[in-house]
Each structure stands twice: as C-alpha cells, then as structure tokens.
Design a binder for this molecule. Structure first.
Ligand SMILES: C[S@@+](CC[C@H](N)C(=O)[O-])C[C@H]1O[C@@H](n2cnc3c(N)ncnc32)[C@H](O)[C@@H]1O
Ligand code: SF4
Length: 378
C-alpha cells in the first residue's frame, strides 16, 4: 500500500471569494519549517515510515520564498524518510513563478507542479477574483513544463461562462505543456464571500445543467488531446497520473503535517484512525500536536473505502478484496447498494470489480452518498 505525506502551507496573498480551504492572508511565517519539524518529531514512529509521495498543498505553497522552500524540505527529509524516486508535488499560483523559485523547487527535488490557473479567459478570471492574467498563466505553464511534470487546475461551470470557455482552457493548458488536468466544478461553499453574493442576488448561482455540459466538454477536450480520465476530476497523459491523489482514492495511508492537515492510518482490526490538525496557524505554531481524532470501526472504514475507491474510474474497486481487508460483515448490504446503482446505470459490475459508468461519473457525489448511507438493518 503506497504511503503519502501531505504538508499544508496555509498562506495566500489574497482571499479568493469562492475558497473555503484553511489559509491566512499574508506572508508565510519564517518559523513554519520549525513547527513542521516539531510536529514530525512528536508523531508516532509509524507516521515516519518511508513515503512514496510528498505533496505541498494550500493555501499557496508558492508563497514560500526560496529559503522557506529549502527549510520545509530540509525539515521533511530530516524527520521522515522519502523513498528514492518519490513523486514530490507542489501547488503553485501563476503569479508567483520566478526563475529563483523554480530553481529552489528543482533543488528540493520537486518533480511535479500543480498550477492553479482556473482559467486563461480574462472575464472568467475576473469573475473568480483571481490575481493573474491569462497570458501570464500560459507563460507559467510553458516555463514549468521545461523542468517538471505540470498539472493545471481548471474551474468549470462559472456562471456567465460561454459554453466553449472550459474546453478552450483545457486546450490552452495542454498546448502550453500540461500533461495533467484537474477540472473542478465551481462549488458555492457556505460561509464564503461567493455564497453571500449569491444569497444577496448580486451574482447568479451555479447552474447544474451548465455544469454538466461544461464537464462533458472538458472530458471531450482532454480525450481529443490524449489525456485519459482516471478519476472523476482528473485527466492525464499516460504515466502522468498523480500518484499522491491515488493514495487518497485507494485509501492508502497518509500523514498530513501543518495546520488543518488530515491524516489516515489503518488499525489492525480493519478499522482506521482519522486525524485533523488544528485549523489555526497561531495555535499550531505554539503546539503543533494540537489535533482531533476520529476512530472508524471496520464497517465504517470499509464503506468509506468503497465510496472513495469508486472515484478511481480506471481501477474501480474489488469489493470482496476490500471487505476482506476491513474484516467487515457489511459485504452483502454494500453489494446490494452497488447492484441497485448498476440497475440505474450509474455503476458497472465487471466480475466483482465495480466502476462508475459514463453517466455515474457525472453523479459521483450522489453515488458516494448512496454508498455511505448504506442501511445495514434492513
Ligand atoms: C486549495 S486550492 C490551492 C491552489 C492555489 N492556491 C490556487 O489558488 O490555485 C486547490 C484547487 O482547488 C480548487 N478549488 C478551490 N475552491 C473551489 C471551489 N469553491 N469550487 C471548485 N474548485 C475549487 C481550485 O481549482 C484550486 O486550484
Ligand atoms: S483558491 Fe488558492 S489562492 Fe485563492 S484563497 Fe484558496 S488557496 Fe488561496
């Protein structure tokens, strides 16, 4: 089972109106790497076993300056073992790319950059409140592609978009050198500035039909450029799939460091322990071990593994193998749910390996909800 290390870098230069990830507006703190070292030193030995993937996410990891990048990777390599040949990814915003930072990332062993473009279209960028211009983002993709594997994030279904906007963004990203696209439908997250503007009628809400159309258009644009869909939101040239994200979908174990980071570890009884670090840099800096844990029994852990595993549209899930891994008695009721979804053409059963169907991919969240609410009493 592959193991992934996630590090949350909780700073952004500004607040995007749609975003509800944990971040603080401002410059990254100089003692961030030191706090990570202290957290890592305090984690169980089992949390410091060799990692196959490392992922710096945010917030904005490209907000770390060159010294900060060196310090963070220094802390990781001093406190944990990173396997030779590991995938090392970093999320970046286009406006941050400088030759000095690119060099610092290469020196630190970064292999893959996930660039938060969202769109190259100026009107969409304005609607999303982004800081960069389309042409600058295109330059950033070109520059980065010369050194790293590059993934581009695109947000689809932004109200006001022309139908051709999202597929045109995919084309521009791939033509500039991206070998991986993550396409996320705009979600109006409660508590964000976007949610307040929608509630006041200042901007339109997202439209389900327009989002479904944009998603189909993105799938077609990726296919036309040789990027195969391997997860609900992810498309890649062969060999450029994100190994780190696959750890999440295959429910491999992962360790999250930094404020608001999540971790998941399996227990010998087939269950799991989930950990969430405190969602505050100020608290984390003083006491980096501040966290909450949630213990999942084998049945719950099994159901979650099924719901997440289905997101991997290529591999799908081997239901009996997962049930054996979790030593659960819930195989039959979960199989009944999946067979019901087969009847509605949302999943397919290829000899005990279940996958989302072409239609099911469009309703992946609903499929996951159906699996998670399995009723074992009837
Ligand atoms: C947490 S962000 C970090 C990346 C980087 N700071 C940026 O802004 O590009 C990761 C990705 O989540 C996606 N995202 C964030 N909020 C979203 C929302 N409300 N709806 C859809 N996608 C969202 C964006 O595509 C973004 O690139
Ligand atoms: S979308 Fe990225 S840059 Fe914008 S607030 Fe969220 S994490 Fe920060």
């Amino acid at each position: 089972m592959p193991r992934g290390l996630y590090i949350h870098v909780p700073w952004c230069r500004r607040r995007c109106p749609y975003c509800d990830f944990y971040f603080e507006v401002g410059k990254s703190a100089p003692d961030f790497a030191d706090a990570l070292s202290r957290e890592l030193a305090g984690r169980d030995a089992a949390d410091r076993l060799p990692f196959d993937t490392v992922y710096l996410g945010g917030g904005t990891p490209s907000a770390l300056d060159e010294a900060g990048v060196g310090a963070v990777f220094g802390a990781v390599r001093a406190g944990a073992e990173v396997r030779a040949g590991a995938e090392i990814s970093l999320e970046a915003n286009p406006e941050d790319i400088t030759p000095g930072l690119v060099e610092a990332w290469a020196r630190a062993g970064v292999t893959r950059v996930s660039l938060g473009v969202q769109s190259f279209d100026e009107a969409t960028l304005r609607r999303l409140g982004r800081a960069h211009r389309g042409a600058a983002a295109e330059d950033a993709v070109r520059t980065l592609s010369a050194r790293f594997a590059v993934s581009v994030d695109v947000i689809t279904g932004v109200p006001g978009d022309a139908p051709a906007r999202a597929p045109a963004d995919v084309a521009r990203a791939v033509d500039a050198g991206a070998g991986h696209i993550s396409a996320y439908m705009l979600t109006v997250e409660p508590g964000t500035a976007l949610a307040r503007r929608v509630a006041r009628g200042q901007v339109p809400d997202v439209d389900d039909d327009a989002q479904a159309d944009a998603y189909e258009a993105v799938r077609a644009a990726c296919a036309a450029r040789g990027l195969a869909q391997y997860e609900v939101s992810s498309f890649a040239r062969p060999g450029q799939e994100s190994r780190h994200n696959r750890v999440y979908w295959s429910k491999g174990a992962y360790v999250g460091l930094g404020p608001a980071a999540h971790s998941l570890r399996y227990t010998d009884d087939g269950g799991a322990v989930r950990r969430q670090n405190v969602r505050s840099w100020a608290t984390y800096r003083d006491a980096p071990d501040t966290h909450e844990t949630e213990v999942l029994g084998p049945d719950e852990a099994f159901v979650e593994a099924v719901a997440f595993g289905l997101r991997d549209v290529g591999a799908g899930i081997d239901l009996e193998q997962l049930a054996a891994r979790h030593r659960t008695g819930w195989l039959a009721p979960v199989r009944a749910v999946l067979d019901g979804l087969v009847g509605r053409h949302l999943t397919r059963d290829d000899g005990g390996r279940y996958r989302l169907s072409e239609t099911g991919v469009l309703f992946a969240d609903g499929v996951a909800r159906a699996v998670l609410s399995v009723d074992v009493d009837h």
